[in-house]
Design a protein around this ligand. Sequence first.
Ligand SMILES: C[S@@+](CC[C@H](N)C(=O)[O-])C[C@H]1O[C@@H](n2cnc3c(N)ncnc32)[C@H](O)[C@@H]1O
Ligand SMILES: [Mg+2]
Length: 942
Amino acid sequence: MTTFTPKAIVHKRFGSSACYKVEEVHESTQNGCPGLAIMQKGPCLYRCTLQLPEVTVVSGIFKKKKDAEQSAAELALEKLGINPATKSPSLQEAWDALVARVSFLFSDEFLSTLHPLSGHFRAALQRDGDLSGQIPASVIAIFDATLCNMCKSLDPKVESNPFLVILYVVRAAARLSELISTSEEELWFRRRNPYAPETVESSSIQQLGSTEIFSIEAINVPSSLEKTVERVILNVSSSGYFLDVIAKQLGLSKTSDVLISRPMGKASSETRLYFAAPKQYLLDMSSDLLNAKEACNSEGSLNARASYLSGQDIYGDAILASIGYTWRSKDLFYEDVTLQSYHRMVIGKTPGGIYKLSRGAILAAELPLAFTTNAKWKGSFPREMLCTFCRQHRLEPVFSPQSTLEESSESPKSHKKLKVTDLPVKEAQYENGCVVAAGVKDSVESGGSFRCEVKIVSKFQDFILECSPKDSFKKQSDSIQNVSLKVLLWLNAYFRDPTVPLERLNASADGLNIRFDPQNFIKVFMLCQHIHNVRHNETEEGKSVCSNSVNVSYALPGREFRSLNIEGPDSGVTPSNGSLSSVSYSVSLVTEGEHMKELLESSDDFEFEIASGSVIPHLETVVMQMTVGQSAFFSMDLPHQELILAAADDSARMLPLLSSKTCFLEYTITLLQVTEPLEDRMEQALFSPPLSKQRVEYAVQSIKESCATTLVDFGCGSGSLLDSLLNYPTSLEKIAGVDISQKSLTRAAKILHSKLDASMSAINSAVLYDGSITAFDSRLSGFDIGTCLEVIEHMEEDQASEFGNVVLSLFRPRVLIVSTPNYEYNVILQKSNLSSQEDDPEDKNQAQSCKFRNHDHKFEWTREQFNCWATELATRHNYSVEFSGVGGSGDTEPGFASQIAVFIRGPVRQEDVLPEVSDMEHPYKVIWEWSSNDSSRSAVTN
Ligand SMILES: C[S@@+](CC[C@H](N)C(=O)[O-])C[C@H]1O[C@@H](n2cnc3c(N)ncnc32)[C@H](O)[C@@H]1O
Ligand SMILES: [Mg+2]
């Protein structure tokens, strides 16, 4: 049963008297920082006003135009008391509606509208002699979406064979014989009476004499797989009809024999395949509607490449072109379709290809084997890629995120199915760090865990596959990305070798918690065997989906390089597992004998994470042997030809080279930079809330409890603690920060300034100093509380001791909080950070060679070392000390991730000889100063 959208019902009732006006609404987002002059533009949203003869309604605000329109239509129906749930129209009503639609398409009114079909009507009027005004039935069947939908509601088979629409149009037109003349056997229509002259004039039909010729690049896709895909040029005249040119190119004498595919590629694309209708199909057309599809199948030879690309059956040779009329202009829209774009369309149908295209690195990138943290992932995210893949193959993914917390609390909502379109867009998801999908509570902060299943079904809801991983994640978005990646990896292995026996496919599916319907699966991907069947050793051996483990294992290629040469002085800076490498590279196609060299692909700045499998294995192997500043040259055998043609700007020039046996690929790489696996990255990925946030929260809590009025943050950096303090009501009146990094201090000043100006806190003075915390400055003496978070490990050990002595003997805060990494916890961090290699003991050893969490750390202490340092200091300076921490637990091994010591000043003892402190010691330089008096003054003058 078909249900009609509100808009469809409005259309049926009011036709063209329904007037939708969509306006853009920009929500201004406040940046909350009056000093910062960068205005932030909100996302573009839409509101729709619908005018009907009886009512006018205005919709709410929506992200998508079409949602705003549907909402307005729904409101209008509500106002008019029309129940959208009324039963679908009777067959008779549906036929009447179809006939009315066809009649409208031949009206004067339609000729002058902006519509993908009206351009054909206008151009057809320019055809010569008898042909003038003749419109092929196939054109009417393909370019009017309203009409197609009407046919779909008459006959669900139209979904799988859109060409059936032609038959319905023919039948509808037969009922309009006073308006439309047809030709029984040639399948075209013409309006019987000429259009009104003013309509023709206002339709800006090309005047004779000003003819222009456009040369448009298109692709000939021969039916025979033996023949190569080639470039053709369509010379389209501005005073002619482009379909006549395409018919000629296809060798057809009648344009009405041309059939047209659905659009392919991007959402608004006009790239379609044009091909000849099989003869039998045309003859049987009018005789029997039901047999048409079968007739179609029996005649002509299936064009596997074209059918695969378009997802519909295409027979005989086909032309791939991007030409057509749009909703935007009366002019013909056209774009060249190059061989490169054709090959990109082909690789864009595989998961690996989608990733390569998104990274713009066809000969360097590979679909990564694990989804780790957002910061490390480059290119399209897995969920987005899976959606693209499904769109390409006319499938539907259904994600079911689940909170395992709610599961146990028996919430009935815990397993809400989400269609992909219900999920927020990528930007919204990742900028905020997590997705909160409808019906699933965000329990990220409360330490909840998430799991996600995905099911893929065909357009007819046939079950194709389902993946239900057992692993759960701290963030819902991570669970969605991980399940998407699992499915992509499994599919990608299949596309690499579609001839893989079913048992192997089954085994690899089991290992990834994937269940699939072999029959439906093979049916959907049947044609890809013809397209992606060229086996080649390189990727075959390079990667494989492991059958008996949930993890996808990654093996380096067993094959040798043809040649490998590393040049340049050894700088000592080498990439290690998990680090981010930045390289420049170029890849050329080279022939041995003729010394020909054609550049295929290059990049000045290409970043990838080592050991994540996100580049071709050869590239990773080479980079692992290089140091920063060195260059490497290596060559290897050709990969799949499709990849080379998709990478090359000028595919045509490559073709003769590729056929030569002596051809190989040559890579030139320079290692530009290596970024160690950063502390921040680990802290973000493995702790929720992030470890840095937990530290700050710990300090804020202590400050609140201490009732301090003065605070100094030693090594304040960019002011994360001082900034957070302003979010809470505290007793603080005076705050200060010290650091040696001017850059960080500048950042801190900016944040604090705007926040203090806007804040209602009791703070009346704030200062930032440039100085080393190992030196004493009397202006900070005797403060209530001092903090020093993750600073000491950035100094040499003796300096850290010096700081301890200076702070407790000279600054003498009432309370001092010091935090530093717990070295013993690193094993856990490293294990999780490189979880993709858990089953490879050799890699584990390598991981441990990266000693500290951050390359800037001079040391990292065990709990015992930290205890000794702190206890000794406390005793010496009459302080008591207590130990605590954040991240993990203090009671279980290996303790907290960040260890914390809280020093408390003891009562002054008789024997204590306090050192003499000069009031004049001011080695620190004031970088920025704020006082509440200045602020109110400046507020008044503004
Ligand atoms: C990891 S950051 C921590 C920043 C801040 N405390 C936080 O938790 O976000 C370490 C900071 O210590 C600062 N630092 C290192 N040695 C210092 C010294 N001798 N005197 C003052 N600051 C120092 C660095 O400039 C850096 O900003
Ligand atoms: Mg640190």
